[in-house]
Design a protein around this ligand. Sequence first.
Ligand code: PEP
Length: 248
Amino acid sequence: MSALVIANWKMNGALSAVEVFAETWGSVVIPNDVQIVICPPYVYLSAVREAMPREVQLGAQDCAGHKAGAFTGEVAADMLVESGCAWVIVGHSERRQYHAETDELVAQKAQLAQEAGLCAVVCVGEQLGQREAGEHQQVVAAQLAGSLDGVDLKNLVVAYEPVWAIGTGHSASPQQAEDMHRWIKDCLMKHYGADAQQIPVIYGGSVKPETAAELFACETIDGALVGGASLEATSFAEIAQAGASGRN
Ligand code: PEP
């Protein structure tokens, strides 16, 4: 399985920043055996599509939980496909926290994304208090059960993103990530059966160029979801390069 490295730009950037990113990207060498996806804000999708080389795939950070209709401000999965997206992140902890998204809604979004032909990147992860209380496995198992209800195992990626590691500079240790990825893969096997082996499980939470290699070296880590360090082309490229060599 080639490593999957996804950039989540969140609500950052500007048209000028897309140009700078693409220009710098043009001078880096990314091995073929790593899959790169960039998820900019919706309004920059077309700019990223035009500025970046074809092998860099396009994704969105969210989609609507409805197919179409009177849902002001929402963007449907079908519209993302029309905009050139092949991927969409759903259930990011910031959506769960600031927009009160439930597992049920996340499952609905993932289903609609798959029906539209997108690959759904379903995020799960425990909060600090839950980890300190030793509840992380149970919390993540419950999120998986709810967020994957009715979701196909094809065109599915699971992102393990401990909330305490996102944007804090404190990545999970390779051992912590490895243990949780193993647990998630076991949960997926229970949910989908043996075919669940094909579902990539990627890690997100303060991945940096300096920490990427040791994370990618873990057998159960199939890639990374990168926030802050993906805003700058050089650091994102270094993470992608680590993704390629880590799988060898
Ligand atoms: C994220 O938001 O998905 C993320 C992993 O952010 P960061 O890399 O900044 O922790």
